[in-house]
Ligand binder design. Structure first.
Ligand code: SF4
Length: 75
């Protein structure tokens, strides 16, 4: 049976919530171990996106309110 899990890819400080947040990916691992097959990425999310979705301000692409700003792409 395939395994599906959320894993943290990056951690960044986000000024919108004044703390560190994680960029997470939903990964699907194959049922059997195959050396040449990486896990499939099914989705991405921010660990604190729910807080931003409840805010009345435009925040970032992961909250779905500002597609022009992605805090995880900054150096
Ligand atoms: S959704 Fe965007 S603005 Fe909100 S905490 Fe996550 S990275 Fe920061």
């Amino acid at each position: 049976m395939a395994l599906r899990t959320w894993e943290i890819l990056k951690i960044r400080y986000c000024p919108q919530v004044s703390k560190e947040v994680g960029l997470e990916a939903r990964l699907a691992y194959p049922a059997e171990w195959l050396p040449d097959q990486p896990p499939r990425v099914l989705a991405h999310r921010c660990s604190e996106a729910l807080i931003c979705n409840l805010s009345d301000r435009a925040t970032c692409v992961w909250a779905g309110t500002n597609p022009a700003y992605d805090p995880f792409n900054e150096a």
